[in-house]
Ligand binder design. Structure first.
Ligand code: AHR
Length: 332
């Protein structure tokens, strides 16, 4: 009788344990595992809403940057990417940031179209306790206003371009500059670095913006060629899209590859093709594939982990001799 009672009790226990297991299996899916090394209860990519108020779609570089952000968001399976295209207008970027603050996003990653004028909106994000990562170009706001910056050293890019122009024109000469968007960190830094390294026997006789686009690069070069007919030996062009536009103008003026020494920036497929065709003599790399670094840092910020304040991209300089070989390997 006693043995029967014990057996009944054991059976009840087993049934209860089995039922508990079933309930656990049928319930809501368990939360995604935290990233390797993260503490239990840490936030994961599945918890992340990230705001990316992209500055525009002005260049192949920008298209690659957008693709990198969207593809990385998909791959990591983040909860939501709030993406917008500000069409190269700071006021649109500011409105997009304000909308993201209203939505209480977890992190804002901002590629700023220009350097100045961010203080007020960065303060609003700070007051709302939303960390901001400055991506690609820099801002002039105090670094206490944002969490970190991930991007290129634009001044260094300009210095590399200046050093290469010195080699291309060892006896000096007159050159023009086709500059990026006025007031942008990329244009300001590249112009500064270039001037710092350029030999004194090379004179920049004019500088105009082409706003980082092919459409504007072409007429600016056309105007230069008309104004300074036969007087210029080279050009520093702040990106490959403007270089491609400028080459159309150079061809139309009846000049041949190499008549003007062209130093460009980015290292896009279009820039590589222009090197293969002999029009561009040097292409200084600027890397747009920043998605993985941005999301990695955003997750660390969500978990209160320490981050590097200034993450610089490793970049190189490309020349025509390797252009044909490297072109098929270019990712943008
Ligand atoms: O800020 C990076 C620059 O912006 C790239 O050189 C250019 O192509 C882009 O539009």
């Amino acid at each position: 009788m006693k043995t029967a009672k014990v057996s009944f009790f054991v059976v009840v226990l087993v049934v209860l344990a089995t039922l508990a297991g079933c309930v656990q299996q049928q319930g809501a899916a368990p939360a995604a595992a935290p990233a390797a090394g993260a503490a239990a209860g840490a936030k994961t990519y599945k918890d992340m809403t990230l705001c990316y108020p992209q500055l525009g779609a002005e260049s192949d570089w920008r298209t690659a940057n957008t693709a990198s952000i969207k593809e990385t968001a998909d791959k990591l399976g983040i909860k939501k990417l709030v993406f917008s295209d500000s069409q190269q207008k700071q006021e649109n970027q500011i409105s997009a940031i304000r909308a993201c603050i209203q939505q209480s996003v977890d992190v804002i990653a901002l590629p700023p179209v220009v350097e100045d004028g961010w203080d007020a909106v960065l303060m609003e994000a700070k007051n709302a306790k939303i960390p901001v990562i400055i991506v690609d170009r820099s801002v002039s706001a105090d670094s206490s206003m944002y969490a970190a910056h991930i991007g290129s050293d634009m001044e260094l890019e300009g210095k590399k371009a200046g050093q290469e122009m010195n080699k291309l024109l060892p006896n000096g000469g007159s050159i023009i500059e086709l500059s990026g968007t006025t007031g942008s960190g990329a244009a300001v830094g590249r112009a500064k670095g270039f001037r710092e390294t350029l030999n004194p026997n090379i004179k920049i006789i004019d500088s105009q913006t082409g706003n980082f686009t092919r459409a504007e690069g072409k007429p600016v070069m056309e105007a230069f060629l008309k104004k300074y007919q036969g007087q210029i030996q080279g050009a520093f062009i702040h990106n490959d899209d403007m270089a491609i536009g400028a080459i159309e103008a150079i061809k139309a003026a009846g000049l041949k590859p190499g008549d003007l020494k062209l130093v460009s920036v980015d290292g896009t497929r279009g820039g590589f093709q222009a090197m293969v065709d002999g029009w561009v003599q040097v292409d200084v790399e600027c890397n747009p594939l920043l998605g993985p670094q941005v999301f990695d840092m955003a997750l660390k910020l969500m978990n209160g982990q320490s981050i590097e304040k200034n993450v610089l991209t490793n970049e190189t300089v490309y020349f025509p001799d390797k252009a044909a070989e490297l072109l098929p390997t270019r990712k943008y």
